[in-house]
Ligand binder design. Structure first.
Ligand SMILES: Nc1nc2c(ncn2[C@@H]2O[C@H](COP(=O)(O)OP(=O)(O)OP(=O)(O)O)[C@@H](O)[C@H]2O)c(=O)[nH]1
Ligand SMILES: [Zn+2]
Length: 348
């Protein structure tokens, strides 16, 4: 299973059936269908900060003198449309944000990106985790717990599927040299940050400034420690790594947006440890590789682009010396995470 059993789902989902939160397969882009209804001309926009038991905390009037958080519930007319962290929604009713007030969400704006996961690799039903993120910060420890390339591959696939730019931060570089591990990703041209105990986070903070970044990482890698360094005052609970399992203990499980002091947001996803990739298709991954996608456009129909694929243009371009073997290797490794017998067993 790709999803730890000790993780609570966002309560949002327990009230609605799976079909409610799913997005229709859409190989041409990852924009979901959004329900828009006429009326409510007086509705005001806001950013969903948290989702909890059918209640949404929405930031209204962002960066203005009228900025406030408003508690809201889903309007009946919205039906079962998913509302997730960082969605832009429109509110009607009591939007004053005063204690005891409750507004209604009447619209969910079209999303620019959409991070999704399925329950496991064999499950094509997907759930939305975060909307409109621009970057995915993949947090991985140099040691304790040992870094696993296949886990990072899975995050990368989820990022490419979402249309989100992946970046990596290796923590605990005081414990081990991260370079041998990072060599696995050399062909991907990723921005990589390294951090040891108490190192400052100036460079990473600069890469996040003014952007919306969703942070993901396996338990115990030091994600909370990192988020606290990036967002002083965030007070994300720091766990202890179990000496036997090398895993941390989850202290909280709901997705939350944290504001960066220089502008921008970090979205912490304590409940999201890995991604079931049952909903992802090859084309979605290829979109993250413009240079290779252009070549692969000439492949035979239904080409898997794997090393054994007959007449695959990618393999042939490498053989002719026209494409970097490293880069095609990297793509092929990501594509193999979608082959059930590889992905499913390497999931945890
Ligand atoms: N040596 C070393 N330890 C670190 C570093 N960063 C975090 N730790 C420790 O690693 C342990 C786990 O850190 P957390 O920040 O709780 O990890 P997490 O990824 O948030 O894990 P959960 O608490 O399970 O969500 C804590 O004991 C931290 O003090 C680092 O750079 N070097
Ligand atoms: Zn091919």
């Amino acid at each position: 299973m790709s999803w730890l059993t000790d993780v609570e789902d966002d309560d949002e989902y327990s009230d609605y059936d799976e079909s409610s939160a799913r997005v229709r397969p859409n190989p041409k882009g990852n924009r979901p269908r959004t329900k828009t209804r006429p009326g409510h001309e007086d509705a005001i926009p806001g950013r969903v900060l948290t989702v909890d038991r059918g209640r949404f905390t929405v930031l209204v009037g962002e960066d203005t003198a009228e900025e406030r958080t408003v508690l809201a519930a889903r309007a009946r007319e919205l039906g079962r449309t998913a509302i997730v962290a960082n969605d832009t929604v429109e509110l009607v009713g009591d939007t004053t944000g005063t204690v005891g007030s409750l507004a209604r969400v009447v619209r969910v704006a079209e999303r620019s990106t959409l991070l999704r996961r399925s329950a496991d690799d064999t499950d094509a039903v997907e759930r939305v985790i975060v909307a409109n993120a621009e970057q995915m910060l993949i947090v991985i420890a140099a040691a304790n717990p040992e870094p696993r390339p296949r886990l990072v591959d899975r995050y990368l696939v989820a990022a490419f599927d979402a249309g989100v730019r992946p970046i990596i931060c290796v923590t605990k570089t005081d414990l081990a040299d991260p370079e041998p591990f990072l060599a696995n990703f050399a062909g991907l041209d990723l921005e990589v940050f390294r951090r040891g105990q108490d190192d400052d986070v100036t460079e990473l903070a600069a890469a996040l400034r003014g952007r919306v970044t969703v942070a993901v990482g396996h338990s115990g890698v030091g994600k909370s420690t990192l988020v606290n360094a990036l967002v002083p005052g965030a007070h994300r609970a720091i766990g202890r790594v179990n000496a036997v399992t090398g895993r941390g203990r989850h202290t909280s499980s709901s997705t939350v947006l944290l504001r960066l002091s220089g502008g921008g947001w970090v979205i912490d996803t304590p409940g999201v440890r890995s991604f079931g990739l049952g909903h992802v298709n090859t084309d979605n991954i290829l979109r993250g590789f413009d240079d290779l996608a252009r070549v692969a456009a000439e492949c035979p129909r239904g080409c898997t682009h794997l090393p054994d694929a007959p007449d695959c243009e990618l393999n042939e371009a490498v053989a002719r010396g026209e494409l970097s073997a490293d880069r095609v290797d990297s793509l092929q490794r990501l594509l193999t995470t979608l082959v059930p017998e590889h992905g499913a067993t390497l999931n945890r």
